[in-house]
Design a protein around this ligand. Structure first.
Ligand SMILES: Cc1ncc(COP(=O)(O)O)c(C=O)c1O
Length: 390
């Protein structure tokens, strides 16, 4: 069965041979490639982990930005989607609706927004889905309240709590109380709970080290929850967590909803950090296909995937199948260098696959991903919200 979830012009030669052995060799490179069976296994593994702990799963779509993957997550039991930015949510909601997805989609916007224009956009998005937004300052509450007016259903709002990352969130219980009380003063808003996302925890190497740091963050979130409860506020939703702390967050027991993202694809950075830990049990489903375009030198070849083909914040990619003997080095905007040697011979036209250093910003560089089984292209899926960081 082929899986074409793309509105872009298909590359004829490939589409003609969808499902035929060896068709992976036909795709124009550099290209984003997703092994559909490994993706399926990753989706099931996280869904099972959450379900067996009776904790809600709200996958973060910032990793894949694809309505195809989002729909599979929703149909696999996710309670909704987490989105980083308004435009990411706007585009994915519209694509899911256009594709005939019928249930009302629950969306959590995990970044605070600022300014009247963004608040207005949030109010419009709330007409298209069940929207919850996070706020970390009383002014943010006022902006939302003004944008919504008094008609319609109240918008659900979470208090974003800084659990140690320092990026967003109120810094402590006192500030949380100020935000929540301001929400309570607005007829157009409804306080729905707290978010505590520990981005600084996710890539800590070693489970014990990660657990101890995650414990400190959980403690900070618990302190806020206790203060709010002792002031008479109910906290129905406690959301946060990522791939690296998914099982730890369950053990720590403060969150009742997980919002992991990278587990769908994984990357070199997560592999290095998680190793054989239980949180690292997800398969590497995402690669970048590249072609050797020049092989005139004795010790290396040049491939067509360079700085523009992947995010570079997390070091170099791995060369699949030659992880030990070959190294990749960036060779400018358009090219990469892959070292060869006695055990690795590569020639002009050869294809290689690279494990991306960091999946989210790599995916954001591609309009679509090829879906494969082994060397067979079985479909293509748009990265619908590519570039949607507004
Ligand atoms: C707020 C928030 N939640 C969840 C995630 C998902 O984290 P991960 O991709 O490490 O699973 C992220 C990622 O940056 C995030 O910013």
């Amino acid at each position: 069965m082929t899986e074409v979830h793309s509105r872009r012009p298909a590359f004829g030669a490939v589409i003609d041979q969808l499902g035929l052995p060896g068709s992976l060799r036909l795709i124009p490179t550099p290209a984003l490639v997703c092994d559909i069976d490994l993706l399926t296994a990753n989706l099931a593994r996280m869904a099972d982990t959450a379900a067996s702990a009776a904790i809600a799963l709200r996958p973060h779509v910032k990793s894949h930005k694809s309505a195809y993957v989002a729909r599979r997550q929703l149909e696999g039991g996710a309670v909704g989607l987490a989105c980083a930015k308004l435009s990411e949510a706007e585009v994915l909601v519209e694509r899911l609706l256009a594709d005939g997805y019928e249930p009302r989609i629950s969306v959590l916007l995990t970044s605070p927004i600022a300014g009247a224009a963004s608040a207005k956009r949030a109010s419009l998005l709330a007409e298209r889905c069940d929207l919850t937004v996070v706020v970390d300052h009383p002014q943010g509450v006022d902006e939302l309240s003004a944008a919504l007016g008094i008609s319609g259903n109240p918008l659900s709002v979470l208090c974003d709590v800084d659990v140690g990352l320092g990026r967003t969130g109120v810094v402590g219980p006192h500030e949380a109380l100020a935000v929540v009380e301001r929400i309570g003063q607005s007829a157009s808003l409804r306080f729905a709970g707290v978010q505590g996302y520990g981005g600084h925890l996710q890539h800590i190497a070693g489970r014990d080290e990660r657990r101890s740091a995650a414990g400190e963050s959980a403690h900070r979130l618990r302190a806020v929850i206790e203060t709010l409860e002792s002031n008479g506020h109910r906290i129905p939703l406690r959301t946060g967590g990522g791939t690296g702390t998914s099982s730890l967050d369950i053990e720590l027991g403060v969150l009742n909803e997980l919002q992991p993202g990278s587990y769908v694809f994984m990357d070199r950075e997560y592999r290095d950090a998680l190793g054989d830990d239980v949180e690292g049990g997800f398969a590497q489903s995402l690669t970048i296909a590249t072609t050797v375009i020049s092989a005139n030198r004795r010790d290396f070849v040049t491939v067509d995937a360079g700085l523009k083909a992947m995010a570079t914040d997390a070091g170099s990619p791995l060369v699949v199948g030659h992880e030990q003997e070959s190294q990749y080095h960036f060779f400018g905007d358009e090219h990469g260098l892959v070292s060869t040697g006695p055990h690795v011979t590569l020639g002009r036209g050869d294809r290689l696959e690279l494990v991306p250093p960091h999946c989210d910003p790599t995916v954001d560089r591609y309009d679509f991903m090829w879906l494969v089984r082994g060397d067979v292209v079985v479909g293509v899926a748009d990265v619908d919200a590519r570039g949607c960081s507004q």
